[in-house]
Design a protein around this ligand. Structure first.
Ligand code: NAD
Length: 423
């Protein structure tokens, strides 16, 4: 059955999109119906309404969600998204992605995700703090260092994680650093966490280029999105000798055939309220044009569903490394496969973030903090091993890297379920 695709990027049904890949992998694995049904259904779905006093004295009520998709491999793990398009379907899909992502990189966590339907850009710091505390109170029985461990996602960052940790610690009556990852360093965050996702994109990109026999020093790349994942991926790919010819953010895309100086672009964006608007030294093009540039590597690192059946036939990159979650719609996969384009799928490419979140949680439990060198070394090893495992599965089962990643992940979670026993 063809998955429905909306014309608007980011508005196809993400749960259906995830399930269509899950189904293919489950069939190849010969998953029995009972296990299939257990893996498909989220363990827990919580919906809350959060009254928050705004600066003008009025009370706004926000819808909040937390879904634990699976906890067979360990406690739930996944970010919290503050955005206007948050709904249960999206949170369910993102939670399931987390289950597969943790399994791909052998992190002993299950998958979870949370979100609040709000527009954080229009809210004051005080309003965001009250919202984060209200959300934490509502989820106090869901969260816990051995139960469900949130982290930042779109619209949230270190500050929200600090408020969450503080509110949770107040409720429980003791300081509880391990309840959340992506915290500021001073509160028990991990060195290397901010760069971790972009670093994993770089490591898996290098591994893929190696398989494709493309020398990074001769390669070009276009990166969509210039937030945490996009800007750091671009910077680290550049450090490997790859020429970054295009970058973009919500204001548009910026192209320079001779290469963009990424550090200079980051400095520009930081000085310009995290916006590339007005960036010189490049020609302005659209985000859609960026996707179809004649480059070796394309890194979508902004939104979901930007590569669709409509633009997939025009993609010229030889390799797509998915920094964002779900940037390629299910219908586009077949077209890209036909064109011989290799994809490092999201559940592998952007798993560096959850890997270092796991290291942060380990350090919180140890009460002993690692050097950045140790964090990076272990994270790079994890990402390289995960890439190789997925690559070998793609050969063994004669499937693309995405289905191979799902096969590796589903097999691990299903085998764990078998060991745990039935009901
Ligand atoms: P972010 O908020 O830091 O950055 C998002 C970037 O996307 C910004 O530059 C923004 O301007 C740009 N953007 C927004 N709308 C756009 C549009 N219509 N067209 C082009 N660009 C647009 O977010 P992030 O943390 O970098 O996350 C990006 C993606 O990576 C998301 O899909 C997220 O789920 C995924 N991800 C993030 C992490 C992490 O550790 N931060 C880990 C795994 C996956």
């Amino acid at each position: 059955m063809e998955v429905k695709e909306s014309k608007l990027a980011g508005h196809s049904n993400p749960f259906e999109s995830m399930m269509s890949r899950f189904d293919v992998a489950a069939k190849i694995l010969g998953l029995d119906e009972d296990t299939y049904n257990m893996l498909k259904s989220p363990v827990k779905q919580v919906m809350v309404n959060l009254p928050v006093t705004m600066d003008n004295g009025r009370i706004n009520v926000y819808e909040g969600f937390r879904v634990i998709h699976n906890n067979y491999m360990g406690p739930g793990k996944g970010g919290i998204r503050f955005a206007m398009d948050v709904d249960l379907d999206e949170v369910k899909a993102l939670a399931a992605w987390m289950t597969w992502k943790c399994a791909v990189v052998n992190v002993p966590f299950g998958g979870a995700k949370g979100g609040v339907k709000c527009d954080p850009r229009t809210m004051s710091k005080g309003e965001l703090e009250r919202l984060t505390r209200a959300y934490t109170q509502a989820m106090a029985d869901v969260f816990g260092p051995e139960k469900d461990i949130p982290a930042p996602d779109m619209g949230t960052g270190q500050q929200e994680m600090a408020w969450l940790m503080d509110e949770f610690s107040r409720i429980k009556g003791f300081t509880n650093a391990g309840v959340v990852t992506g915290k500021p360093l001073v509160l028990g965050g991990s060195k290397g966490r901010v760069e971790a996702t972009g670093r994993g994109v770089m490591v898996t990109c290098r591994a893929a280029l190696n398989k494709l026999k493309i020398n990074p020093a001769n390669a070009t790349a276009a990166v969509q999105g210039f937030g945490n994942v996009g800007s750091i991926s671009a910077k680290l790919l550049e450090s490997q000798g790859i020429k970054i010819v295009a970058i973009s953010d919500v204001t548009g895309a910026y192209y320079n055939a001779n290469g963009i100086n990424v550090s200079e672009a980051i400095a520009y964006s930081q000085a310009n309220k995290n916006s590339l608007e007005g960036y010189k030294n490049a020609e302005k093009i659209t985000n859609d044009q960026l996707l179809t540039l004649d480059v070796d590597v394309l890194v979508p690192a902004a939104l979901q569903d930007v590569i669709t059946k409509d633009n997939a036939p025009n993609i010229k990159a030889k390799l797509i490394v998915e920094g964002a979650n779900g940037p390629t719609s299910a219908n586009a996969d077949a077209i890209l496969k036909e064109k011989g384009i290799m994809i490092v799928p999201d559940i592998l490419a952007n798993a560096g973030g959850v890997t270092v979140s796991y290291f942060e949680w380990v350090q919180n439990h140890q009460g002993y903090y690692w050097t950045e060198e140790r964090v990076n070394r272990r994270a790079d090893r994890t990402m390289k091993e995960a890439f190789e495992q997925v690559y070998q599965a793609s050969i063994k089962f004669n499937v693309d890297m995405r289905i191979a990643a799902y096969i590796v992940a589903i097999d691990k979670v299903a085998s764990t379920r078998k060991l745990l026993g039935g009901f």
